[in-house]
Structure formats: structure tokens, C-alpha cells
Write a protein that binds this ligand. Sequence first.
Ligand SMILES: *Cc1c(COP(=O)(O)O)cnc(C)c1O
Length: 368
Amino acid sequence: MSDSNRNSKKHIKLYIPGPTEVRPEILDAQTEWMVGHRMPECVDLIGRIQPKLQKVFFTNRRVLISASSGTGFWEGAVRNCADQKVLNCVNGAFSDRWREVTEANGKDNEVLEVAWGQPILPEMVAERLANGGFNAVTVVHNETSAGVENPIKEIAQVIRNAPGGDDIIIMVDTVSGLSGAPLDFDGWDLDIALTSSQKAFALPAGLAFCAVSERAMEKAKTVKNRGYYFDFITLDKYMAKNQTPATPAVSLLFALDRQLDDMMAEGMEARFARHMAMRDMTIKWATNHGFELLAPEGYRSPTVTCVSNNLGIDVPALNKFLRERGMILSNGYGSRLKNVTFRIAHMGDMVPADMEELFSNVDDFLAQ
Ligand SMILES: *Cc1c(COP(=O)(O)O)cnc(C)c1O
């Protein structure tokens, strides 16, 4: 399928942190003939996908696949594995929403909140866990609203060293991190890592993936009312046979299989390096113009940069200008960060030349 007959609409290149730009080859991979999910064709497809997904998560554990967005696994994580108090670490809009999901499921919680834009530091987590009583911690790897990467490896270490730490379920949202920013599920001793297809994976929206440790799976067996659609025990039982309990998003799985092949061909280390290079370009571009960055040095996200609008530019006008040139970036997230920040995603399959293209167009707007 050529891009001209894809549809009559104008292509707007997405420099927003999700959904991200999807390459035509990946879009086309979705047009394979439909297969039934109990047919060998689909079992083989999931069988090809699974070992590649494990490489992206750096795990030997089975990775669960769901026909949902990542939010589903937020709910799944707390429903399956939280039965005492949960510590919700909050440093932006997404981590705050996971707190909301925890409470909406009736789980007892405490909140560790820092100013949006600041990182969650290991010592803060250690202090909160010092008196015991916690059964799970939720933390976002890459806070998309603020462009902050939290130090997950170090946070996981202090959790394990806390009272009762060997039994605490470490739940990590890596929706806008995984495959763009390093995350070593087994090496860092994490229990749950969840992500979505439409961020750094650069796939269409509609799939979510979740690695679950043996510790978390054993915990789930003891938890009542795990719910139905995101019951880890059932999902894992089916995944052991390369199946899902309910009908999967078959067309998206074809696209995933193709995208994972391309990720393997690039190599994860090269993929991380490409993201870091684009991040550094973006920071340099922003600071050269006199913009400040919301996140402090050392915690700036490899996949999305949140620029403080200290120069007071008209962000909606900028986006209107860019839209006419066939591209778009992202305003700040939510009432707290809109217009006072804007965000540039350098995520998925973008390359440095794409970033140059965006910057030269923003420069044209600023020069007006
Ligand atoms: C986008 C995003 C989510 C929400 O994911 P959905 O796939 O839209 O459900 C959650 N967490 C983070 C960090 C995100 O960037």
C-alpha cells in the first residue's frame, strides 16, 4: 500500500509522546489475512513474538499480552498483587493516575509525592518503607508528563533492603520508557513492568505488555478478587500455550511481530543510544534558545523532553504553524503544565534527522 492511497487525509508527523509516529511498513503489516486465535497460525505468531518481547524486557519470564492500552495493566497490577498497603510514588500526571486507579480498586495506600518534574529518589522511598507494612510499590519509570526518568534500579534496591522488602511487589510503569530507555527486568529484580504499544514501541495503539515475576505470580495466587480480564494467573496459563484467554488484537500482533524483528535487527543497545542522542540534541536545541528544562540534569528522559516555556511562546500558535507544515509537538500535560511547558517526543523510530526537521520548523516559527 502506498502512502498516497492510505487515505485522503494529510499526514501529520507525530512528535508527541504517544501515539507516536508509525512507519508505513508497520501499518501495512496489519493488513495480513485474519486468522482465528485458536488456529496454529496465531499460536505460531505469538510463539515468534514471545522470545523477542522477552529480549526487550530483559527477562526470561513470560510476557503477558493484552488487547487494551497500558492502563489496563495498572488495574491488573494492583488487583492481582496488592492486599496490604500500597506505596504510590507520584511525580507527574501518569503516576498520579496510577494512584487514582489503586484507590478506585479499593486498595489501602500511602502516597509519596514530589513536585512534578522532580525525580523520585531512592532515599525517599527507603524512608517511607522504614516502618514496614507495605506490600507493593508503584512507580513510573519515565514520567511522560514531566520528561523525568526515575532511577528504577536504585529504587528497587532500597525496596529490597527495606523491612519485609523481599516480599514487596515492585510495580513499574514503563509505558513511555521500554525499548527507548534501559530497563532490566530480571537484573533489577522487578516484579511487574507494564507498557503500551503506542509509545516507544512505535506501533499503533491497542496492545499492552506486562512482565510478571515469579514472586508476583505467587502473590497473585493468594489474592482474592483479582478481576477477570486482567487475571494474571489465567493470562499466564494461556500464554504458556502461546494463546490469550479472550480474542487478541490479531492485526496488531502482525505489526508487533514485524516491529520486534526490526528492533532485534537494530539491537537494544543501539536503540538506547539513538534515543540518548536525540535527547541530547533536543536539550541542546532548547537551551541554545534560552529555554529551561523542567527535569533536573541526571533525570532527563531519553524519550521525551519537557521544555519550560520561560520565554512565554504561544504554544497553541506554534502547533498551528507546525500542523500546516505536516507535523505536531505536544503542549504541556494537564492543567498544571499546559502552556507553561511543552513537550517534544524523541521516541520510537524517530532518528536524529527527524529531530533536525522539527527544530528547523520551530526555528522558523520563532523567527517570525
Ligand atoms: C501514555 C502513558 C500511560 C497511559 O497509557 P495508555 O496506553 O494510554 O493506557 C501511562 N503511563 C505513562 C507513563 C504514559 O506515558
